[in-house]
Design a protein around this ligand. Structure first.
Ligand SMILES: [Zn+2]
Length: 307
């Protein structure tokens, strides 16, 4: 049986067209999603301008709510994203999969698709040669409620995305100032552990990540320096303190982050602050071994013993 959907699937042409169309709609670069915001067609009874505006909002809110809810199903509780595990229907032991939106209340994604499908079913057609075909079309404007039509159109575009090979490639930038939708060039084989960034924000994201790991590394170095600073004092050494502390820090980090005594002097305030802290406050997550610091009272005692 033939299926007439009026689309040119040769060479994935339609799929690429709809991919770009959906992306532009999601990012607000394309606003013509249906008959309600096309140039007026003579003889077609359209709702008022304000109803059409409400329908436009209903369309875009729902399309984004579908896509956001769908993307969410691929992200686990630790924030690790595995696009291949995205789905629209929950398994029996799962709560229903809902849309995600700040602009409208959540709805059950599969139920919404099902209701829309019931309103806009494929139509059987009789061919001239007496055989049967199936006609599949986007929802038709039949003077129904404008917002209902708009949401059915959102469902239609969402279903087109699900049917295309690009359902697992769509992403939404996690940079709160960006939030743009984008398509990855290839399907991800591995999980995205540190959040999905669009092409523009990827570099910013990388710089931010480098900054954070540098800050973490520096804190570890300061902890070692703090311990060394204290050890030097307690043993009443006569060597240059900064040089001695730098040497101790380099014994741990020197291979990748070699420092000079100048570094100790430049960070002296931070090092002394760390020494003044109680050990509980210092030994946070990831402090590792070897950074044991004694509380002030015991340090004084240790110093007296050594002296
Ligand atoms: Zn971005």
């Amino acid at each position: 049986m033939q299926i007439y959907d009026g689309k040119n699937h040769a060479g994935g042409q339609y799929e690429r067209f709809i991919r770009d169309m959906i992306l532009d709609l999601l990012n607000g670069q394309e606003t013509r999603w249906g008959v309600l915001n096309w140039p007026p067609i003579p003889g077609l009874k359209l709702p008022s301008a304000s109803r059409r505006r409400a329908a436009n909002s209903a369309f875009i809110n729902r399309l984004r709510a579908f896509v956001d809810g769908f993307i969410q199903t691929g992200i686990d509780s630790n924030g690790v994203e595995t696009p291949s595990s995205r789905r629209v229907r929950a398994s029996v032991d799962e709560s229903p999969i809902m849309t995600v939106s700040a602009d409208e209340s959540p709805v059950v994604i599969f139920d919404e698709i099902h209701e829309s499908w019931r309103r806009n079913q494929p139509r059987p057609l009789l061919n001239g040669d007496g055989t049967t075909a199936v006609g599949v079309n986007q929802p038709r404007w039949e003077s129904q409620d404008a917002e209902l039509y708009a949401r059915d159109m959102a469902t239609y575009f969402f279903q087109e995305l699900l049917a295309s090979p690009f359902w697992s490639c769509i992403g939404k930038c996690v940079n709160p100032n960006c939030k743009r939708y984008f398509f990855r060039k290839r399907q991800r084989k591995t999980a995205v552990k540190r959040g999905s960034y669009c092409g523009n924000c990827k570099l910013v994201g990388g710089a931010e990540r480098t900054r954070l790991s540098r800050e973490r590394a520096k804190l570890e170095m300061l902890k070692v320096a703090g311990q060394a600073w204290q050890d030097w004092g307690s043993r009443g050494r006569r060597t240059d303190r900064a040089a001695w502390v730098a040497d101790r820090v380099n014994k741990v980090f020197g291979k990748t982050r070699f420092i000079r005594p100048k570094w100790v002097n430049q960070n002296r305030e931070a090092i002394e602050t760390l020494v003044g802290e109680e050990p509980q406050a210092l030994l946070g997550e990831g402090a590792g071994g070897g950074t044991r610091l004694l509380p002030r009272s015991r340090r004084v005692k240790a110093g007296q013993e050594a002296g």
